[in-house]
Design a binder for this molecule. Structure first.
Ligand SMILES: [Ca+2]
Ligand SMILES: [Ca+2]
Ligand SMILES: [Ca+2]
Length: 256
């Protein structure tokens, strides 16, 4: 293949990664923010957790893209608090983590009887062994994932909704993630005291009906997790690598 052809491929890849970047930053999903019924909106919930004013998080503009898969950080233990459940399914909805390489391999963290304020914790050994329990009694659950990467799910009993939209019917997005900004002091249900919401803390909010058919309130199952972070999708990494390759060729061409 001649240099000119490589150049064309490089420029195409660079344009592609640029377009992808723009697309992914402008891809916020619509979340209902007008209080149309008896439930608080997701924005109202975040505001109500915040001490001395509204949350610095805007549920429309502060959605974090690429939050399909995660890994533990810091101590390796991820405390997880159920903070809201506004759904007719609240008595049955369960929540947990699933294996990135096998979505049928799931580990439940909260069952239907759990409610706002409840807390649990989980972690992953280097070999994918799942550890769980309270912060004071942590042990190997005996269940294993194939790696240390995991996603989150909500199971309504009739449908399972995954943090990886591609696993949902019609690739429907059913979860949004918000990262702390270091600006807010919050008081979560079941805690009873103010704490700083750092960048190590995240709110994950699920819609428990297929998005297009739903009320889009994303307050159906809401958890707060910490000591975890999203891991990039393999496809995204490849695309970025291609884009950098394209840019380097384009630069070389300009320099020549
Ligand atoms: Ca429940
Ligand atoms: Ca809903
Ligand atoms: Ca709801």
């Amino acid at each position: 293949m001649g240099f000119k052809k490589w150049l064309e491929i490089g420029q195409f890849a660079a344009a592609g990664v640029l377009a992808f970047g723009l697309m992914s930053s402008a891809q916020a999903i619509y979340i209902e923010t007008s209080p149309s019924h008896t439930e608080p909106t997701l924005q109202a919930l975040l505001d109500s957790y915040t001490i001395g004013g509204d949350s610095s998080i805007d549920v429309t503009t502060d959605q974090v893209e690429g939050a399909g898969y995660w890994r533990n950080t810091d101590s390796g233990i991820t405390p997880t608090r159920l903070v809201a459940e506004y759904s007719v399914n609240s008595h049955v909805n369960s929540f947990g983590i699933f294996d990135r390489n096998d979505a049928s391999n799931r580990f439940e963290l909260f069952g239907g009887t759990n409610s706002a304020g409840d807390i649990t914790a989980f972690g992953m050994d280097a070999d994918g062994s799942i550890w769980t329990g309270s912060l004071w009694g942590f042990g190997d659950s005996g269940e294993d994932f194939s790696s240390t990467a995991f996603g989150f799910y909500v199971d309504t009993g009739s449908s399972i909704f995954f943090s990886d939209s591609l696993l949902n019917t019609g690739s429907s997005q059913q979860m949004v993630a918000f990262q702390g900004t270091n600006e807010d002091d919050i008081d979560l249900p079941g805690f009873g005291g103010a704490a700083s919401w750092t960048q190590g803390g995240w709110v994950l909010a699920f819609e428990d009906t297929v998005y297009d058919l739903s009320d889009k309130d994303f307050n159906d199952f809401v958890v707060f997790i910490e000591s975890a972070e999203p891991v990039s999708e393999p496809g995204t990494v490849l695309l970025i690598a291609l884009g950098l390759f394209g840019l380097s060729i384009a630069r070389r061409r300009v320099a020549a």
